[in-house]
Design a binder for this molecule. Structure first.
Ligand code: 26Q
Length: 831
């Protein structure tokens, strides 16, 4: 720890400490920030103060690139992508910004000269958990690629005060703790209180005739809320380009408070303010039926109207272009239906506020928006009860009725007499009370609709959006997801990064297809030895983390078999558990059996109101407690449930995996992106033909992928003929034995009740065909164990997985969005 203030940067002109990229300049900058921003005397400086000082120093350097980028795109009036998403799961920022600015070594050296360790400083960052899972993380990966590919872009979203809950495990059960990520401030954001927008809510519409004699509608809201933008810089890798993420936070409108104050009702004014702030208070978990419906709708509308008002402000007031040029200036992507109210909102802004005619407004709207679908699960397709919708957004309901009339007339023209089709395609659903179907609204209001993996996009056209595909086949396409190799390879797997750099040079980081050059090294024994050394070190690092967080000791020489993702019945963590129970049963009944030792590692959060998912966690932890403490089996297997899976600990998890579990029921996982992160880091996949697994297997080669389970067609056929889980139990003694162990309380100290709902669900309903895929899964796992016995073969397969993972870079995905949907080209920026 330094005990004197570094008031005078010793590295030359004072300006250097603000933007210099050398270790000396960084040291001076950190010292400056400790003095002028942190304001703590040296004697009481702690690691977290150094974190903050370094973060501010890095932010200065990022800002030096951010401003020229923004200025450039204003000067050149380049087309911009606006990515509207209710979630951005950004993960820790400091390490990523150091990587993208290429000043990791300089920062390490600067901190060391101040007596600090970079890794300890990095560990101080509280990550913004502003997403549930895959969809939110995808948005973050795409921002990284957009900046790196030099495409001008703005991410728009919500600045939740509380992100996704922190998960703790108490006696094997999930316990939720509030995620107060802003408690110590957020050094990465810049509040822009001058950039604020009014958000109307509730009330009614009024018709009037304006001075020119035009018939118009105005919205008299019951409530007005203010949205304030907070900007975060998104620095591209090894480029000057630095884009913007704007997250909106809700607060009270001053005039409201003032009015109440004038009438003497000071406390009512304060209450209003508190009420307004609840809008962006908390991120709602998915899989959470019906709670907070009204507030969730308000959140969506809130960030959508703020985003569109911001876009129109830039377009009309800053770049001074005509409204008719909107689709040439902005491409607006809807990340699932969560922002799909944007279709009606842009229509409202164009017609009511800017006085465009309906047809002109509609033309601009459709040319501006595109929609990405992320789910086929019927229960996950968003709808809003019509009455609620009309109470909250009366003007939007009118507009939606009118869009619907135009749509249904078009359908009647094309398919005369097909009333059933008209009913199916309507924006208003009639089943189980009237509702607004947001996927239909997003689809009619967009010029392009894409799914997130090849299989998913095909299923989309054949199922939930079939009728729309038949009306507008040219609007549908696929863009397979991708993940950023900067965060999920370079930043989190230093060992592999160095090995790759040594072997094939550094070009892979921005051109991931170059990993193909590794293929020939799969046959090189000395390379395989180095490869295993890297993996082993990564496993030791994860083992240490597992030990400090759970007390469980893992041997890094064991196979690390990992399933990390949200807990859900369709993702089938219980199928994985049944395999573990089967091995346990085999070992208990056959004391001579020796199996290749495995560590089974799970991680993931269950929605707080999703009882069955929470019970799946209890099943895993109960099996773990039994297995880990039984000397008959714990020489061969251990089971870990890692609490609080998030981006930060994901950095330790993916690089340490030997086996990646991607075992969803075919047709249920839209894409998956964890599967891609594992593959890049050299894990082999055991998986079904679902989501992007299909393409992962195609790329890796079928010999380098462990395939099991029913196909989509077989799943559908089985469901159509009447699926009976009992048939599978009768046929398989091992399955019967495994279920029996759960039933008799072998993992619950004899308690036969606690896991019964899960067991009953499997035995009597099994909506996700766990038992139908059990035998195939177990047989496949036996092949995995056999392959693990041959380390050279396993290494060869693992190397080929990394070598062939190039397709799954988010750079490839974002390039496809830019070329096929957004028509946004690169803009080079210099300082
Ligand atoms: C909706 C309404 C009310 C409250 C919450 C929600 C809500 C929030 C988040 C619904 C869904 C989500 C998130 C969905 C998600 O993460 N989907 C995943 O998206 C990934 C990126 O495309 C895919 O890889 C995964 O297959 C898909 O499950």
């Amino acid at each position: 720890m330094s005990d004197t203030f570094d008031t005078e940067p010793k590295t030359g002109p004072t300006g250097l400490s603000r933007t210099g990229m050398t270790a000396d300049a960084l040291r001076a900058a950190i010292s400056d920030h400790l003095l002028y921003s942190i304001a703590r005397p040296p004697a009481i400086l702690r690691t977290e103060h150094y974190y903050r000082a370094l973060a501010l120093a890095v932010r200065d350097r990022v800002q030096a690139r951010w401003m020229p980028t923004t200025q450039n795109f204003l000067d050149l009036s380049r087309k911009v992508t606006c990515y509207l998403s209710a979630e951005f799961l950004m993960g820790p920022q400091l390490g990523n910004n150091l990587l993208n600015l290429q000043i990791e070594d300089a920062a390490r050296e600067a901190l060391a000269s101040l007596g600090q360790d970079l890794d300890e400083v990095l560990a101080c960052e509280e990550e913004p958990g502003l997403g549930n899972g895959g969809l939110g993380r995808l948005a973050a990966c795409y921002l990284d690629s957009l900046a790196t590919l030099q495409r001008p872009s703005i991410g728009y979203g919500i600045r939740y005060e509380f992100g996704i809950f922190d998960q703790e495990i108490h006696e094997g059960w999930q316990v939720e703790k509030t995620d107060n990520w802003l408690a110590h401030g957020n050094p990465w954001e810049i509040a822009k209180p001058d950039v604020n927008y009014q958000v109307y809510w509730g009330g009614q519409t009024e018709q009037y005739v304006d001075v020119a004699g035009h018939f118009r509608v105005r919205w008299a809201p019951a409530q007005i809320i203010k949205g304030i933008g907070y900007d975060t810089a998104i620095q591209g890798y090894n480029v000057t380009n630095c884009n913007t993420l704007t997250l909106f936070s809700a607060s009270a409108v001053e005039s409201f408070a003032l009015e109440a104050f004038n009438t003497g009702d000071y406390y009512r004014a304060v209450e209003q303010e508190v009420a307004a702030e609840t809008v962006t208070k908390v991120l709602y978990p998915n899989d959470e039926p019906d709670i907070g419906k009204r507030l969730r709708l308000l959140q969506q509308y809130f960030f959508v109207t703020c985003s569109l008002q911001d876009i129109l402000r830039i377009h009309l007031d800053v770049t001074c272009r005509p409204l008719s040029a909107l689709p040439d200036s902005f491409a607006v992507q809807l990340n699932d239906t969560h922002p799909s109210i944007a279709v009606a909102e842009l229509m409202r802004l164009l017609i009511d506020e800017h006085h465009l005619a309906w047809d002109d407004a509609w033309d601009l709207t459709v040319r501006t928006f595109a929609y990405t679908n992320h789910t086929l699960l019927p229960e996950a397709l968003e709808t809003w009860p019509l009455s609620l919708f009309g109470e909250c957004l009366p003007r939007h309901l009118e507009i939606i009725y009118e869009i619907n009339e135009h749509l249904l007339n078009q359908v009647r023209d094309r398919f005369p007499g097909d009333d059933d089709r008209v009913r199916r395609m309507s924006l208003i659903g009639e089943d189980g009370g009237k509702c607004v179907r947001m996927a239909h609204l997003a689809t009619v209001g967009s010029h392009f609709v894409n799914g997130v993996a090849a299989l998913h996009s095909e299923l989309l056209k054949a199922s939930v959006l079939k009728d729309f595909y038949e009306l507008w086949p040219e609007r549908f396409g696929n863009i397979t997801n991708g993940v950023t190799p900067r965060r999920f390879l370079a930043l989190s797997n230093h060992g592999l990064r160095d090995l790759l750099d040594d072997t094939i040079g550094t070009g892979w980081l921005t051109d991931l297809d170059r990993l193909r050059e590794l293929e020939s090294y799969a046959e090189d024994e000395s390379f395989r030895t180095r490869w295993r050394k890297v993996k082993r070190a990564n496993k030791a690092r994860l083992a240490e983390y597992v030990h400090t967080t759970t007390g469980i000791e893992l041997d890094p020489s064991w196979m690390f078999d990992i399933q990390v993702k949200r807990i859900h019945e369709y993702k089938r963590q219980h199928l994985n558990a049944l395999h573990i129970i089967t091995l346990y049963h085999r070992l208990k009944t056959n004391p001579k059996l020796a199996i290749p030792p495995r560590a089974f590692i799970f991680g993931g959060k269950a929605a707080p109101g999703y009882f069955m998912a929470k019970l799946m966690i209890k099943l895993i932890t109960a099996v773990g407690a039994t297995v880990n403490n039984d000397p008959d089996v714990n020489r061969f297997m251990k089971v870990v449930f890692l609490p609080n899976f998030n981006v930060q600990n994901a950095h330790l998890i993916y690089p340490a995996a030997n086996l990646s579990e991607q075992i969803s029921t075919a047709g249920k996982e839209a894409s998956g992106t964890g599967n891609m992160k594992f593959m890049m880091n050299g894990a082999l996949t055991i998986g079904t033909l679902d989501g992007a697994n299909v393409e992962i297997r195609e790329e890796a080669g079928e010999d380098n992928f462990f395939l099991f389970g029913l196909t989509v067609e077989q799943v559908e056929a089985l469901k159509a003929t009447g699926y009976r889980p009992a048939d599978y139990i009768e046929r398989s003694p091992e399955l019967t034995g495994a279920l029996q162990l759960i039933a008799e309380g072998a993992f619950t100290h004899g308690d036969t009740e606690v896991l019964r709902p899960l067991l009953d669900s499997l035995v009597f309903h099994d909506p996700f065909l766990v038992l139908a895929d059990y035998a195939s899964y177990i047989a496949c796992q036996d092949r995995v164990s056999e392959a693990w016995r041959r380390p050279e073969t396993w290494s060869r397969m693992a190397i080929l997985n990394t070598a062939r993972s190039g397709k799954f870079s988010s750079d490839r995905a974002v390039r496809e969005y830019c070329d096929e949907i957004w028509n946004v080209g690169p803009m080079s920026v210099t300082m």
